[in-house]
Design a protein. Structure first.
Lengths: 283, 121
């Protein structure tokens, strides 16, 4: 379907103003497919007609539906696999020693979409129940999208979603078959996590201070200004000896002076203290 | 280059799987049923087998039991790839020695992730 340049600009501006996300030139093709179901439901003949209704400002429900549709919710269980191996091999092992007295760990998945990353982390902890006996492990996911958070809380995934990235042993251990073609997170796994609808620019979710923050494949969609704000929020939320994990194509270099690369763990970043000194790491 | 044996009585599935696997840099052999798959394994053991459940002559489960129960020193990874998508079938496959399970229909990302899980991609 043809979309006029002005409609593209309006949709991009709307998304940017409400979420800080940009629709880059390479993602413009997604507008058409993202809005197809809204077009059908609301019986618009063209995207320009839909945009005209948006611009009228008389349909807040339509505005919210369009923003939800334009957000990128791509995710899957154990996405890219290696980051999970890295996290559990390095920083979590280190924090296990560093927190051995208080026996608490808090992990935040900022921009968790429909929850697969959050559940993936929780499954890895539950797999080692004996090791983490007596520990309070808080795993919190947040996302701007109300729809994504509702799905994450519901914990019901299609057959297609549940097998993408998820080892079969963990699938049969932590999921229950529902209605033939869907799989629901088992109560033990559901109880191990928490979800909140929030933007990264909002104050961090409870408990407010996290040992590990994952913000993968989120910041690349943000404007420079929003990205800077997000890094400030992430830096405020992370413990001085905590770790930040970004997506494979993302970095802090040239983006913020609040984090530096972790020399021991490629792809992870550590916070820089208020005085400018890097937190001292004891292996 | 890793090798994969695709065992499925559907020519379409074999063709789709071959296409995906070749883009993942696998060399691909095909078999139409479990009996032919055993012959292929005797000739040259692949790194991984993508295995359908329901096939004529010898089913995927019969093949798997024969493969795992044999004296062969090389044991490939076996990924079931089937429309038998209920938990009872999945548990039975794991008990018989399957390493992973793909529920049809599948796509490139699903297959790739399962091959990564069993350590061949």
């Amino acid at each position: 379907m043809d979309i006029s340049q002005s409609s593209q600009r309006i949709l991009s501006s709307l998304l940017e103003a409400r979420t800080g996300q940009q629709i880059t030139f390479s993602r413009r093709w997604r507008i058409d497919s993202a809005l197809t179901s809204i077009m059908r439901e609301r019986e618009f003949d063209s995207i320009d007609q839909l945009v005209a209704r948006l611009v009228s400002g008389r349909d807040p429900a339509l505005t919210e539906a369009v923003i939800e549709a334009l957000l990128n919710n791509e995710t899957y269980f154990f996405r890219d696999k290696l980051p999970f191996d890295l996290l559990f091999g390095g920083p979590i092992r280190r924090l296990e020693l560093a927190r051995s007295r208080e026996r608490r760990l808090a992990i935040w998945c900022a921009g968790c979409s429909t929850g697969q990353e959050v559940y993936s982390l929780a499954m890895n902890f539950l797999d080692e129940k004996t090791r983490w006996q007596g520990w309070k492990i808080e795993i919190v996911g947040s996302d701007l999208s109300r729809r994504a958070i509702e799905r994450a809380r519901g914990g019901v995934y299609s057959q297609f979603e549940v097998q993408r990235g998820l080892p079969v042993m963990q699938m049969i251990r932590y999921f229950e078959e529902v209605g033939g073609r869907e799989w629901k997170v088992a109560p033990a796994l559901r109880q191990a996590v928490r979800f909140e609808q929030a933007s990264i620019s909002d104050p961090p979710p409870r408990p407010g201070r996290f040992d590990i923050v994952l913000c993968r494949n989120v910041l690349l969609y943000f404007t420079t200004e929003m990205r800077r704000l997000a890094f400030t929020r992430l830096a405020q939320a992370i413990a001085p000896d905590g770790s930040l994990m970004l997506g494979a194509g993302e970095t802090v270099i040239g983006q913020t002076d609040r984090f530096v690369s972790d020399p021991e763990n490629r792809g992870l970043y550590i916070p820089v203290s208020a005085g400018g000194a890097q937190a001292v790491r004891v292996a | 280059m890793r090798s994969c044996l695709v065992v499925d009585d559907s020519k379409v599935i074999r063709k789709v799987a071959r296409h995906i696997l070749e883009t993942l840099n696998f060399s691909v052999e095909e078999a139409e049923d479990g009996r032919e798959a055993l012959d292929r394994c005797d000739a040259s053991m692949p790194d991984v087998i993508l295995l359908d459940w329901n096939m004529p002559v010898m089913s995927g489960m019969e093949f798997l039991r024969a493969l795992r129960g044999s004296e062969r020193s090389e044991q490939p990874k076996v990924v079931f790839c089937t429309t038998e998508n209920d938990i009872a079938h999945i548990r039975a496959a794991i008990a018989a020695g399957a390493d992973e399970y793909v529920m049809k229909p599948f796509d490139r990302e699903t297959l790739q992730s399962k091959l990564q899980i069993v350590g061949v991609a």
